[in-house]
Design a binder for this molecule. Structure first.
Ligand SMILES: N[C@@H](CCC(=O)N[C@@H](CS)C(=O)NCC(=O)O)C(=O)O
Length: 216
């Protein structure tokens, strides 16, 4: 594969998914950060939806993080997808679900007050309860780390951090989710998927945009 270039925003969880797969695979890549609040003209010209991540491969541009993950997986062994098409299909469905979790989590970071925060934290907890019976452990499908694990990892990295700013419902009643979170946040490719001062930057971002929990 031509050396790919990932177009990134430093706090974007969808970009982070791609970085995790690139790190898992040991692929050499370039990363270009843009300011999403003031995107450069070249980015607007090549990004079909005006969103990151983009993966530039030679003259081609890929968008949508789930698609980028699959492209990287299909072009660089060993595969991070199950051989069974049914398992792969279910993994794609849960990957889609993880995108919804990320959106709720972002809204939680922006919550203006305790009431809004609690309401969104309840939505997240209910969603995590839906996930609980589907986690085989230690990874989503069992013994093999897969793309679906990479898809969820950015959520759990943020969940762990945000719980240190303001209490979040504990995961005691969701032992599979909790064990999965513990394993994911320690995985080297996950640890190395964000900038060094990610925690401070994320908190500053939410604080700057009026997030109640980050202000404390
Ligand atoms: N479904 C997309 C979502 C990507 C996305 O929402 N990226 C955000 C940053 S985290 C973005 O670029 N937002 C800019 C905008 O919507 O204008 C994916 O999975 O790649």
């Amino acid at each position: 594969m031509v050396r790919p270039e990932l177009v990134s925003f430093d706090l974007c969880p969808f970009v982070q998914r791609s970085v995790i797969v690139l790190r898992e695979k040991g692929i050499d890549f370039d990363i270009t950060y843009i300011d999403l609040a003031d995107p450069p003209a070249w980015f607007r010209n090549i990004s079909p939806l005006g969103k990151v991540p983009l993966l530039r491969v030679g003259e081609e541009v890929l968008f949508e993080s789930a698609v980028i993950m699959e492209y990287l997986d299909e072009t660089t062994p060993p595969p991070l997808q199950a051989a069974d098409p049914l398992v792969r299909a279910k993994n794609r469905a849960w990957t889609e679900f993880s995108s919804g979790l990320l959106m709720t989590q972002y809204r939680l970071g922006l919550a203006r007050d305790e009431a809004e925060f609690v309401q969104l934290a309840e939505v997240l907890t209910a969603d995590l309860a839906r996930l609980e019976p589907h986690i085989a452990g230690p990874w989503f499908n069992g013994e093999a780390f897969a793309l679906v694990d990479a898809a969820f990892a950015p959520f759990f990295v943020r969940h762990r951090l945000m719980a240190t700013w303001h209490p979040l419902p504990r995961l005691d009643d969701l032992p599979r989710v909790r064990a999965w979170q513990d394993a994911l946040v320690e995985r080297p490719a996950v640890v190395n998927s964000v900038v060094a001062d990610f925690a401070e930057r994320l908190r500053a971002h939410f604080r700057q945009h009026g997030g109640f929990a980050a202000a404390g």
